[in-house]
Design a protein around this ligand. Sequence first.
Ligand code: PLP
Length: 368
Amino acid sequence: MPKAQETCLEIDLKALEHNFKHLKSKLNPHTRFLAVVKAFAYGSDAEVIANHLQKLDVDYFAVAYTTEGIALRNAGITKPIMVLHPLPVHFEDIIERCLEPALYNAKVLNEFIAKAEALNQKAYPVHIKFNTGLNRLGFWENDVDFIASKVSESESITVRSIFSHLAASEDLNEKEFTLKQIEDFKAIAEEFSKKTNTNPWLHLCNTSGTINYPEAHLDMVRCGIGLYGFGNDKNENKHLKPIATLKSVISQIHLIEPNETVGYNRAYSAKSYEKTATIPIGHADGIGRQYGNEKGYIIINGKKAPIIGNVCMDMIMVNITNIECREGDEVIIFNGEHSAEDFASQANTISYEIITAISQRIKRIVIA
Ligand SMILES: *Cc1c(COP(=O)(O)O)cnc(C)c1O
């Protein structure tokens, strides 16, 4: 790769393919693979990622919101797209663009059926979400009778799958809770099948569920973070490759004297003669204010440069007193070696938050 001359996010499609194949190798041949590409494919580029996965013959996609699904359709995605968190205001768009809603309570089920009937739909595919302990979205077990009667009453929809979401699949201290969720979900599925006389697909696992609970793969898994190179586990990370590298450049170097301060509110005060570099990336780009004041570092010519003072909207300042570097040099915020997970942990957060926060104004460079 040529050296960066501005802030950019490189997206490595070979790494994506590697991660996809690695996760898929854990599955039985009959288990489908749903790729979660919400939030711009976890801060990368949903259109690029989805198009590549579509070529690799992924079975399904999921996004969080309807507008994300519409963007994928506009980008040439023809595979099924599940909308995990649809709102009634978008039901017409959902049907128009052949998106498949996850229905999670009586209100959205009723309103979706009404819309599907109004638009003369027959057997429109929907997915029913059950809550088994996350307490976020989903019907309760005792809603099965209600759902069964609604579904049997209307020919406008068909239930393609029923699913739930694990609350702590990455935390093996919570294994007992997770096993209970799996068991409860299977019981709900059985009751649902019996009462509707149908056999919808069943799915339950996100990336960590896929890794830690092979007995719960069922008919489909829903992987997000693993595709992007993180397994929420040191051992699993060895088999995955982060797809994104966030780079920038040194805009300016300052030599400062003892007791001079750096940045807003004079938050950093030099202890001696020091050297700082200003980098064109800030909290508007996803480097939040939890960084700075010596939390977090970037890599310059192989060395750690701590972020000093307060993070600005469009810039950070780093201490380069002991680093040989020049204005215009490339810097690394994270890459395969210095991972986004490490960078996240320096500010007590998780890879998910850091990668999804990378602003849309940062240039994406796709490496095929
Ligand atoms: C985001 C999401 C996933 C993907 O989770 P990862 O941990 O990124 O694999 C799966 N299912 C649902 C319902 C989600 O919201």
